[in-house]
Design a protein around this ligand. Structure first.
Ligand code: GZL
Length: 618
């Protein structure tokens, strides 16, 4: 039975959600999505509910119940309990903020109800999926825009900052200053309104006539603060003389996009709200489809008066997939590890499921051969190019050639560093958070390998030099290491992610040293397993004489944990074929792509390896 979509919107403060009548509650409805909104005061939060409703309208037999926390953490917690009481199958929450909610979200997630967190991230990973912006990137985009605006001549910039700034404001201002502070020709002044509101921003600008009169650009990290600036500048008779740039770019009267259209804002860095993505993934989660990522970081866009219409059209475009066969050229790293073999298999299998004609070239870890493959794909005029870059730098020229040929590029599994992100040489990055993987490895050591008074000596066996997993797994590990001084890296060597590389690292160490290492941290399983073989050949007992931690968590790693040789495996999920092919199809249907799509991962050790090995897909 085709059920209309029953929307029960409850938004009045103090009012409980309308109880579902038995007939409408669970029987025959299918699924109920509970939406806990922090407030229904701000335009964009109302827009989020509208977006969610529009997307759910396209799905049969899904209900949506919304609640309004009126910016109260306590009420939002109560709202969540009420929604659960109505038997929701999935929770979407845009949190008020604060740790109490983080605990509540974890409680719901641990209870087995999927949780999609939107807009404001909560610390940790105790939720199903996070969809929202990267506020530091938004600030960097604004900073690059202002720096370009002022050019070589430079000028004076005044920025506002709440005191204290909200988390979102702090991240945006930090990103902004990362760019501006590096420009010698720009002088930056920060003013502190009493709060991050329109009126407080008006007051602080109006009270700073001297600084404002000599400024070239004013910057605010939210639409409401920017409106206060615009009104103050108007009343000071400076309109048109000083330029104003902001972040948010929401729709609605006197919001960022409207202020740009009116010419009162020079530009706004806008960020899609994510309602469409949230419902897409909610449906996948409810259908228990595999490959749902952990984080989707939405793309933010510079919107100026000249491109308002075009930008809005691009942000809302796409979604009508005509199902045609899509031709994809994939520049793969090679076949260096078990992880890679599972990754290749996942991608090849998904290609046929998603009607993608896949041409994959192996590069045997050579960047030059990847360049050749990409140029070949350009010749073949494929629809999309996908790259798993052997190393993270040196890609600008060949990516410009692909862009010039009108072929979009997706970075899969690993990412690149380009000279100017605003060139948009790649469309999205799909893969793991390697830095978090490195942190997890060192957190496991901290929690499971007790340090003795002499301190614990660590051998780090790294992947290939310059690869993003090598650099970032090293960074994340060192971040936690720095907090635990009784552990330290006594020896590091490259193992190139291969089994032989791991053996070689141990062999070389033993050539020059007695074995005095307490812990081995290998950037992938293959190197860890190679190291274990070499240790055993020298009579050193793995996991007894030395603890061994690796990343990937392939089946071979599980076998080694169950044999009692490998101590811990931090997961890096290679089964990204379905997500990649969904991204390819979304891209070809004209959808705006997120900045990043981060995969969902866990940590395994000998205490849980047996429980999971039967469920492993690689
Ligand atoms: C990670 C991937 C790494 C694996 C290694 O996404 O790029 O490369 O961790 C593989 O096993 O060689």
């Amino acid at each position: 039975m085709l059920l209309g979509v029953l929307i029960i919107a409850v938004s009045l403060a103090g009012c409980h959600p309308v109880p579902l009548s038995d007939s409408a509650s669970k029987k025959g409805v299918g699924s109920i999505i509970g939406v806990s909104q922090a407030n229904m005061r701000e335009e964009w939060r109302i827009a989020l509910i509208d977006e969610l409703r529009d997307e759910i309208d396209k799905n049969d037999d899904i209900q949506m119940i919304t609640t309004d926390a009126t910016d109260s953490e306590g009420k939002q917690i109560q709202d969540i309990d009420n929604l659960i009481g109505y038997g929701i199958d999935l929770l979407i929450i845009s949190p008020c903020g604060g740790n109490a909610l983080r605990e509540k979200i974890k409680e719901v997630y641990d209870s087995g109800i999927p949780v999609i967190v939107m807009d404001r991230a909560v610390e940790g990973f105790d939720y199903t999926l996070y969809i929202g912006p990267d506020d530091e990137v938004i600030g960097q985009q604004a900073g690059r825009y202002v720096a370009d605006l002022l050019g070589e001549k430079g000028g004076k910039v005044v920025a506002l900052s709440g005191k204290p700034a909200s988390v979102q404001g702090e991240e945006r201002l930090s990103g902004f200053r990362q760019i501006i502070d590096g420009q010698d020709q720009i002088e930056l002044n920060i003013l502190y309104p009493a709060s991050e509101t329109k009126d407080a921003s008006y007051d602080v600008i109006a009270a700073s006539k001297g600084i404002v009169e000599s400024a070239d650009v004013l910057f605010a990290y939210s639409d409401s603060m920017a409106l206060g600036m615009c009104d103050a500048v108007r009343d000071m008779g400076l309109e048109g003389r000083v330029m104003i740039v902001d972040c948010d770019g929401f729709k609605g009267e006197d919001e960022g996009i409207d202020l740009v259209s009116q010419g009162r804002l020079k530009a706004t860095v806008s960020c899609p709200i994510g309602g469409r993505e949230a419902v897409d993934y909610a449906v996948s989660i409810l259908k228990k489809e595999s490959g749902v990522p952990k984080q989707v970081i939405l793309r933010s866009n510079i919107i100026e008066k000249e491109n308002v219409e075009e930008s809005l059209a691009k942000i809302n475009a796409g979604g009508d997939d005509d199902g045609r066969t899509i031709r994809v050229g994939y520049a793969q790293v090679g076949q260096e590890s078990n992880w890679r073999l599972a990754n290749i298999k996942s991608i090849e299998e998904s290609a046929s499921v998603f009607n993608v004609d896949l041409h994959m070239e192996m590069a045997d870890q050579s960047q030059e051969r990847q360049f050749e493959a990409i140029r070949q794909f350009i010749e073949e005029d494929v629809d999309v190019i996908v790259v798993s870059p052997v190393v993270e730098t040196g890609w600008d020229e060949v990516l410009r050639e692909a862009k010039a040929a009108g072929i979009p590029v997706i970075m899969s599994d690993r990412n690149v560093i380009v000279e100017n992100p605003e060139e948009n040489l790649t469309t999205t990055y799909l893969g793991a958070d390697f830095t978090e993987e490195g942190r997890r490895a060192m957190r496991w050591i901290r929690d499971n390998v007790k340090s003795d008074e002499g301190g614990m000596r660590i051998m780090e066996i790294m992947g290939n030099a310059g690869a993003s997993p090598t650099e970032e797994r090293g960074e994340g590990f060192r971040e936690i290491l720095a907090e635990n001084p009784s552990y330290y890296i006594a020896y590091s060597d490259y193992g190139d992610f291969t089994y032989e590389g791991g053996r070689e690292a141990v062999r070389k160490y033993l050539e020059k040293n007695e074995w005095d290492i307490d812990i081995i941290y290998a950037h992938n399983d293959d190197m860890a397993l190679g190291a274990i073989e070499e240790l055993k050949a020298h009579g050193i007992k793995p996991d007894e004489d030395v603890k061994i931690i690796s990343v990937d968590a392939t089946k071979a790693a599980f076998d080694a944990m169950i044999r009692g040789e490998l101590s811990c495996a931090v997961e890096c999920n290679p089964m990204i074929g379905p997500q990649l092919m969904k991204a390819v199809r979304d891209l070809c249907s004209g959808k705006q792509m997120p900045f990043r799509i981060i995969t969902d991962e866990q940590v395994f050790d000998q205490s849980n390896a047996d429980d999971y090995i039967g469920k492993r897909r690689y």
